[in-house]
Design a protein around this ligand. Structure first.
Ligand code: B12
Ligand code: SF4
Ligand code: SF4
Length: 225
């Protein structure tokens, strides 16, 4: 089992080839964290995710050989689960019930805040990042510096709020039925399905981290299900 100070480096080294990155750590007061495999409360989680298209070279190569359900979750689990034994950790995955509060953890780990779309915005990666899993530990982990800039504060026009052709994105929340109905329509198949969510695309922050077209299409197909 690794110790608290070596844990983030060991995880980063193990996952580097597949493009899954360490996205910070959160320490909890006793009883606040998720449950570990032994039934005790975690004192820390290390968040794992992608920034820009970091996972696509590895995941995109793996994808054609898999014809089961939930390919991205399956791929992520295959890579992250082996670390639990090596590091004495418990793994959590964002789509597995009960849903763990990944976004709350991310806000604490990196100092991120939500964009008007509901997803968290990063000053460097913009809206082009996500979480692939987290590892929980029975000890505290050294945390790194947090970002202090929230890009939406200085964004006067907020183009993300006006770009959706069916107004599915608003301050009131994300209108999932309106979005899905558009994605299933002829215009939706020619726009968002091909080049990604127009609201997300409209954000000028982190444009160089925009997902490659194949990854955008993969996520749009997943959103339709
Ligand atoms: C359910 C869910 C959805 C539902 C949303 C239903 C709804 N109206 O709330 C659906 C399927 C529609 C959805 C869509 C998307 N989602 Co989603 N979703 C989740 C999931 C599995 C659970 C959210 C939750 O309730 N958590 C439980 C509570 C306890 O956790 P929490 O951290 O306290 O909750 C936060 C969220 O609920 C958030 N929130 C509230 N309303 C909304 C609305 C939206 C659209 C989102 C994204 C978040 C959000 O506010 C809370 C902050 O404290 C999370 C994974 C996870 N485990 O969190 C991903 C997650 C939030 N989704 C994510 C993403 C990227 C998306 C999509 C962009 C994916 C896509 N294919 O394009 C779209 C959004 C499209 C858009 N136009 O913006 C990412 C966000 C990453 C980030 N940068 O913040 C997450 C973390 C998954 C991941 N693997 O990284 N999602
Ligand atoms: S367009 Fe502006 S308000 Fe919308 S997510 Fe990007 S920075 Fe934030
Ligand atoms: S995917 Fe298209 S329809 Fe759905 S919220 Fe984004 S812009 Fe609107």
């Amino acid at each position: 089992m690794s110790g608290p100070s070596t844990v983030p480096g060991s995880i980063a080294a193990a996952l580097k080839p597949c493009g899954i990155l360490v996205r910070g750590a959160v320490n909890f007061v006793p009883g606040e964290g998720p449950l570990l495999a032994d039934g005790k409360y975690a004192l820390a989680v290390v968040l794992l995710g992608n920034a820009g298209g970091s996972i696509w070279p590895s995941f995109g190569n793996w994808l054609p050989g898999y014809d089961g359900a939930d390919p991205l979750d399956t791929w992520s689990k295959q890579l992250i689960r082996p670390l639990t034994e090596k590091l004495g950790a418990t793994a959590y995955f964002p789509s597995d019930p009960p849903w763990q509060p990944f976004q709350q953890w991310a806000m604490r780990a990196e100092g991120l805040k939500p964009s008007p779309l509901g997803i968290l915005i990063h000053p460097q990666f913009g809206l082009w990042h996500g979480y692939r899993g987290a590892l929980g530990f029975p000890f505290e982990i050294e945390t790194s510096a947090k970002v202090s800039v929230h890009p939406c504060d200085g964004c006067i026009d907020k183009p993300c709020l006006t770009a959706c052709p069916v107004g599915a994105v608003s301050r009131a929340g994300f209108d999932v039925p309106a979005c899905r109905s558009y994605l299933g329509s002829e215009p939706g198949r020619k726009t968002c399905i091909v080049s990604g969510c127009l609201a997300r695309e409209a954000c000028p922050v982190g444009a160089e981290f925009r997902y490659p077209p194949e990854q955008l299409q993969f996520h749009m197909r997943a959103l339709m299900r």
